[in-house]
Design a protein around this ligand. Sequence first.
Ligand code: NAG
Ligand code: NAG
Ligand code: NAG
Ligand code: NAG
Ligand code: NAG
Ligand code: NAG
Ligand code: NAG
Ligand code: NAG
Ligand code: NAG
Length: 458
Amino acid sequence: MESSSLHSTSGLMSKLSGTIVLLLFLLSCSSFPSAEAYDALDPNGNITIKWDVISWTPDGYVAVVTMFNFQQYRHIQSPGWTLGWTWAKKEVIWSMIGSQTTEQGDCSRYKGNTPHCCKKDPTVVDLLPGTPYNQQIANCCKGGVLNSWVQDPANAASSFQVSVGAAGTSNKTVRLPKNFTLKAPGPGYTCGPAKIVRSTKFVSADKRRTTQALMTWNVTCTYSQFLAQKTPTCCVSLSSFYNDTIVRCPTCTCGCQNNATDTGGCVQADSPHLAQVVAGSGKSSSNTPLVQCTSHMCPIRIHWHVKLNYKEYWRVKITITNFNYRMNYTQWNLVVQHPNFDNVTQLFSFNYKSLTPYAGLNDTAMLWGVKFYNDFLSEAGPYGNVQSELLFRKDQSTFTFEKGWAFPRRIYFNGDNCVMPPPDAYPWLPNASPQPILPGLVTFVPIVASTLLFLAFV
Ligand SMILES: *[C@@H]1O[C@H](CO)[C@@H](O)[C@H](O)[C@H]1NC(C)=O
Ligand SMILES: *[C@@H]1O[C@H](CO)[C@@H](O)[C@H](O)[C@H]1NC(C)=O
Ligand SMILES: *[C@@H]1O[C@H](CO)[C@@H](O)[C@H](O)[C@H]1NC(C)=O
Ligand SMILES: *[C@@H]1O[C@H](CO)[C@@H](O)[C@H](O)[C@H]1NC(C)=O
Ligand SMILES: *[C@@H]1O[C@H](CO)[C@@H](O)[C@H](O)[C@H]1NC(C)=O
Ligand SMILES: *[C@@H]1O[C@H](CO)[C@@H](O)[C@H](O)[C@H]1NC(C)=O
Ligand SMILES: *[C@@H]1O[C@H](CO)[C@@H](O)[C@H](O)[C@H]1NC(C)=O
Ligand SMILES: *[C@@H]1O[C@H](CO)[C@@H](O)[C@H](O)[C@H]1NC(C)=O
Ligand SMILES: *[C@@H]1O[C@H](CO)[C@@H](O)[C@H](O)[C@H]1NC(C)=O
């Protein structure tokens, strides 16, 4: 990997600051009541997996399994979900519609008809779009994509049908599957035990007849960023019209570029071999990001620019930049916390919904792209960014440009917390004096001037 001499000389410094950033990040992850699977901005968020037994068979049952994504802003994008469980006894899967297991396993004890899967712990994946109609059921075959509840409720569920053999044939003898695992496709979700619940009622299309499942059980899975990855994936940079300083993402937020063994390296944006590097390294580990070389090394950067000040309003420009050569983000979203979101007046070219995780808390908004316009955040490169402007109405009793008030308190990209610069590095108002909180960190703000990046902000 090529790395500029400036970066190798500042190697120790960036390593140190990287450690501090990671430390702060881990602290912020675990500062909630329970570190595992609790998101203060979406306290009830979960994925519920429901099994409805729709008929008994001579040696088991047929069930429709539906996954509902009840998370407000966290979705599962391509390459999609993977669902696993462990059978309680010697069950097999005779057949499936709308999905398949990744392995058949050892079915040698079956003569004649061979089951679809004989593994004790089957792993199921969705079928791809374009599956023949006779292998589809409603809500299947989307390549495992599960959209979020707020953004696209019509596509927030995913279903398949499974025919289970060597199983109980009544609601007294069926044994519930155990140890559910949900991957997206990486780690992050933890699933609870299956619980028998009231049987689901199905209403016919003309609403004139109701049928019900013979038996229903639910499994609830919750997400924890802490489980999903130990390093951040996203960072925030800041600027304002009242101060020339661009406060960059903290150095080494997501890795350090001077040491190739740390993160697997990066690609220079102007490298003449760019296309080859991206294509060549693609296949082996296509889920690990291949990022453009930056001081922060994050796949995603959110830039918040305080752009204009009017008498009764003020205006912010938000730019999301993708530095990952291996990822197009479909249906991306942002969650932003700022006290002025109780009075956002106008929003250009992004969708918006106010999130109120608790009664009275009204400072959090979810933003996402407009369909067919900017809901697709392209891989790193000339098209790898989306932007919007927000117009806030001032509440004269709270509004101020001092003490960094105009900057966001917290930002999530696709549900993952983005690392903010330390508060004492925020752009000051001329003549204002800051209150250093972590004086050591200021020195780590990178001094590398990059005209290109600057231009991207304006
Ligand atoms: C899962 O989410 C739904 C919808 O928000 C909620 O009604 C339900 O109580 C949640 N389940 C659990 C176990 O948290
Ligand atoms: C099993 O079915 C019987 C009637 O067939 C019903 O009374 C009972 O509530 C069912 N039990 C469960 C756990 O669904
Ligand atoms: C479920 O997982 C736990 C922990 O991973 C393991 O101890 C247990 O044996 C598993 N149960 C089954 C039925 O595989
Ligand atoms: C089971 O899941 C269904 C679908 O998500 C939901 O409507 C129902 O309330 C759940 N039941 C319980 C007891 O969680
Ligand atoms: C990179 O990191 C490894 C292990 O942390 C270390 O042994 C090596 O000396 C480092 N190389 C440079 C160039 O800093
Ligand atoms: C991203 O999308 C573009 C256009 O659809 C495609 O050419 C490119 O291969 C995609 N990149 C990745 C990493 O999937
Ligand atoms: C929260 O903000 C929304 C949008 O500005 C507004 O409609 C709603 O009344 C506010 N709710 C509270 C409790 O302030
Ligand atoms: C929003 O702005 C209007 C006009 O300034 C004000 O009357 C109202 O109280 C503000 N709403 C909140 C929730 O601050
Ligand atoms: C702009 O803010 C920086 C802190 O980020 C501060 O060092 C600098 O003095 C400020 N510039 C002016 C003109 O106040």
